[in-house]
Design a protein around this ligand. Structure first.
Ligand SMILES: NC(=O)c1ccc[n+]([C@@H]2O[C@H](COP(=O)([O-])OP(=O)(O)OC[C@H]3O[C@@H](n4cnc5c(N)ncnc54)[C@H](OP(=O)(O)O)[C@@H]3O)[C@@H](O)[C@H]2O)c1
Length: 279
């Protein structure tokens, strides 16, 4: 990997799984890495590993199931960083682990929609001024090949809930956001792309859903880094990748009207609408 000296990267959900591997690789390449998760002990273990490898890292704790925590995290990044070259929205809750019961975020939203999508939507918007001051900069949204169209009459899945449905709609929402944001950022020097890193990596999320791992976090991390620091993410924006290759997302992602509906819902739920109208 090319040297990342002088660059700052924030990787959400880097206390575990593929995010941890990405954070460590960015640290090895010389970036200052902002490690994020909920668990301080795990976070400090990752920052210690990065420092032991000669890198610089700090841990920022925030529970992304609370929008106030997302705002606090963004504030902390702005206070401690004069630049943000790389933002990787990676934190996520998988499809399993709830015994089929619907779960809600602190704000009362469907949990996977809130953590996997809405938190990244808000965090990215709050950090955009800093990111735009750090060009050329990149945003990577870690989505999935598991995608499900959103029913705008039942975004919170009050009817017919399943963990897989909730997970897959949140992952499509990330791709829809990516396409919209790329249009908005055209010409600014900031690229944004989404990807499926790898299938059933050996992580907590996969094991909690009862799946047998079939790929490694190394494979997934390479795909994320391809967009975050490699050639692919320098020249392309608004794209969806399956691993290292550009691919086509589910049809709804390419429906501009559906994307507008998702954006409107998201601006209201994150209470960004008032400030968005002022800009
Ligand atoms: N694993 C796969 O095969 C696969 C396939 C396709 C896509 N993906 C995507 O890849 C990303 C990483 O997945 P993974 O398999 O590496 O998962 P993982 O090992 O379970 O790690 C998830 C990370 O997200 C953080 N996180 C979860 N809930 C959070 C919350 N409420 N607030 C803040 N942080 C939270 C966890 O932090 P804590 O330490 O606080 O728990 C952890 O650092 C996800 O977006 C996932 O959808 C994974």
């Amino acid at each position: 990997m090319k040297t990342l000296k002088g660059k700052t990267a924030l990787v959400t959900g880097s206390t575990d799984g593929v995010g941890r591997r990405v954070a460590e690789q960015l640290g090895l390449a010389g970036a200052r890495v902002l490690v994020h998760g909920r668990d301080r002990a795990r976070g400090e273990c990752v920052t210690a590993d990065i420092k032991a490898g000669g890198g610089a890292a700090e841990f920022l704790a925030a529970d992304l199931s609370a929008l106030t925590e997302v705002r606090r995290l963004a504030g902390e990044v702005e206070r401690t960083s004069d630049r943000l070259d790389i933002l990787i929205n990676n934190a996520g809750v998988g499809s399993g682990g709830s015994g089929g019961r619907q779960q809600a975020s602190v704000d009362g939203h469907e949990l996977r929609f809130a953590v996997n999508y809405l938190a990244g939507f808000l965090l990215t918007h709050l950090l955009l001024p800093l990111i735009k001051r750090s060009t050329p900069a990149r945003i990577v949204n870690v989505s999935s090949a598991g995608q499900q169209a959103i029913d705008f009459d039942d975004v919170m899945l009050a009817r017919g809930y399943s963990g897989a449905h909730a997970y897959c709609q949140s992952k499509l929402a990330q791709i829809m956001f990516t396409i919209d944001l790329a249009e908005e950022l055209d010409g600014t020097g900031v690229t944004v792309n989404a990807l499926h890193p790898a299938t059933y990596m050996d992580t907590h999320m996969v094991r909690a859903a009862g799946h047998t791992p079939i790929s490694s976090v190394e494979e997934g991390a390479d795909a994320i880094l391809n967009l975050a620091v490699g050639e692919a993410g320098a020249n392309r924006s608004g794209a969806y990748f399956n691993g290292l290759r550009e691919a086509r997302a589910l049809a709804q992602a390419h429906d501009a009207q559906a994307r507008r509906r998702l954006r409107d819902v998201s601006l209201v739920l994150t209470e960004l609408s008032a400030s968005a109208q002022q800009n």
